[in-house]
Ligand binder design. Structure first.
Ligand code: NAP
Ligand code: MG
Length: 483
């Protein structure tokens, strides 16, 4: 009997009439659970409850808020091995990746627990004598969180933790592809001492629950991570109510490998940046821009490294790359490789469907060479274990190609030259830049986000998150004269 999991509404578990099956992509005969699908009226109830609960939470003692966030963070870290396994089972990333993600989710909570005590405002003298002005941040109110499947617990945590720390109530709609991690986090939050209704879980489809949250006049702010297309729908639904929104969207990140690069560093950056998480990262480097002088050596070393990667069941400790998340994603990835072949790209590493002991969505990593930046796969996000090499003759040509995209999340350079890396840091049109590092792999205490079509609204993470989760109030006080 497969277990049924409920939504968390007003501090109570609420089972729905409809459920979604959570399938293990490493073994499609493994059904992890059945997860409730909230209805529009569940969303309406939760909004009303959240609006009542936020009034108490915004004035809750700071140390109470801090202790609750610390408790959530500590449990995530303590249980990172167990919950990481669950995450890997439902999403398909390798065990170290799943465990690392859960641990990191815990760190978001403990980081923001500390930020609870750092909400310090500013003050000023008025231009009018005798009047003082203070500027303080207040919570937005009720915040909706809509998150993707590729980092099911980390993405949500870097939104939920600051939302709670800055005094907001939260409603979370996780991705239906990965509801088990979401339910586990909701269970931890429910037992943390957080007052009922301050955090609510509303699992369900994007088209019903996600859309209802984006369009709801009772939601004060919505933070979304996912695809560009859905992000635009969220933005227009939110804008109709003048709801504040924050979007972290698609990308087409490039790694520029210069003629003076350490080839070992460059190959490692390309493997980690392009293929960790089975390439399903918004920070993945799917474009490899390589100087002609090192092109052949780089391609041959990268091809050997990729051919040696062990693709297998996410829970097998020997696996270095898990399956892709779903049959739909697998079809899409194989379709991109076929399109690349037709466009004239050479296939240096196969990118083929693989059979394993269990039926799953397995494919080998793919490396395309002899490509140009106008080819469709170098313009659109693929979101799979596929990278394409473009050969360039100079740094200037490389930088132009790095920036020749509608997206702007991360750009990387591998070079021994301080002058070039400094120029690159200033001139890459992205929110994040990596020097002699993979494009994927960021910290939790500093801002994260992109430019152009990759992002809209304030940065996430670190203390910059306050820009989204709070609003500023300016108060004027006429003190008068002492008696
Ligand atoms: P997606 O299809 O856009 O879905 C993201 C979330 O939005 C899911 O929870 C989805 O629900 C929900 N959703 C779908 N339709 C909706 C609608 N009409 N209104 C409101 N919500 C709706 O993206 P994904 O396939 O899960 O994730 C992959 C994408 O996320 C990639 O483009 C990737 O680059 C991006 N991403 C960006 C970042 C970043 O920080 N920039 C980080 C990670 C991922 P259901 O799927 O449950 O229906
Ligand atoms: Mg799943």
């Amino acid at each position: 009997m497969v277990e049924r999991y409920a939504n968390l509404i007003g501090g109570e578990w609420r089972l729905s009439d409809n459920f979604v099956e959570n399938i293990n992509p490493s073994d499609t005969s493994d059904v992890i659970g059945l997860y409730s699908q909230a209805s529009r009226s569940d969303v309406d109830d939760a909004v009303a409850i959240g609006r009542r609960a936020m009034r108490g939470w915004r004035t809750a003692p700071l140390e109470q808020r801090q202790a609750i966030l610390n408790r959530i963070g500590a449990e995530l870290m303590d249980r990172s091995a167990e919950l990481g396994e669950l995450l890997s089972r439902e999403e398909g990333k390798t065990l170290p990746e799943g465990r690392g993600e859960v641990y990191r989710a815990g760190q978001f909570f403990t980081y923001y627990a500390a930020e609870v005590l750092r909400q310090i405002g500013e003050n000023a003298d008025s231009v009018r004598p005798g009047i003082e002005v203070d500027m303080r941040r207040e919570p937005m109110g009720l915040v909706a969180v809509v998150s993707p499947w590729n980092f099911p617990i980390a993405t949500a945590s870097w939104k939920i933790a600051p939302a709670l720390a800055y005094g907001n109530a939260v409603m979370w709609k996780p991705a239906n592809e990965t509801p088990a991690s979401a339910w586990a986090l909701a269970d931890i939050i429910r037992r943390s001492g957080l007052p009922d209704g301050v955090f609510q879980l509303v699992m369900g489809s994007g088209s019903v629950v996600g859309n209802a949250l984006a369009a709801h006049p009772g939601v004060d702010a919505i933070t979304f991570t996912g695809s560009y297309e859905v992000g635009c729908q969220v933005a227009s639904a939110a804008a109709a109510n003048l709801t504040k929104f924050q979007l972290e969207l698609g990308s087409k990140n490039a790694l520029l490998v210069m003629d003076d690069a350490d080839i070992g560093v460059a190959v490692n950056a390309a493997v980690v940046g392009g293929y960790s998480g089975t390439g399903q990262k918004c920070t993945a480097s799917s474009r490899l821009i390589v100087h002609g002088k090192v092109h052949d050596e780089f391609v041959s070393c990268l091809a050997s490294a990729l051919s040696a990667l062990k693709v297998g069941h996410a829970l097998d400790p020997a696996s270095q790359m898990g399956p892709v998340v779903s049959a739909r994603q697998l079809q899409s990835n194989l379709g991109w490789i076929e399109k690349a072949r037709q466009a004239g790209a050479q296939i240096a590493v196969a990118g083929e469907r693989l059979q394993r002991a269990k039926e799953g969505h397995y494919m080998s990593p793919a490396l395309l060479v002899g490509t140009t930046n106008d080819m469709e796969f170098n313009r659109e996000e693929m979101f799979g274990p596929i990278a394409a090499v473009q050969k360039v003759d100079s740094y200037e040509e490389g930088l132009n190609i790095v920036n020749d995209t509608r997206y702007g999340l991360v750009a990387g350079i591998v070079t021994g030259s301080l002058a070039r890396s400094s120029h690159f840091r200033r001139n890459a049109e992205t929110g994040c830049v990596m020097v002699n590092l993979p494009t994927a792999g960021t910290d939790y205490h500093v801002p994260f986000g992109g430019r152009k079509d990759s992002s809209s609204g304030p940065r996430e993470q670190g203390r910059f998150a306050a820009e989204f989760y709070t609003q500023v109030k300016t108060t004027y006080v006429m003190a008068g004269e002492p008696e």
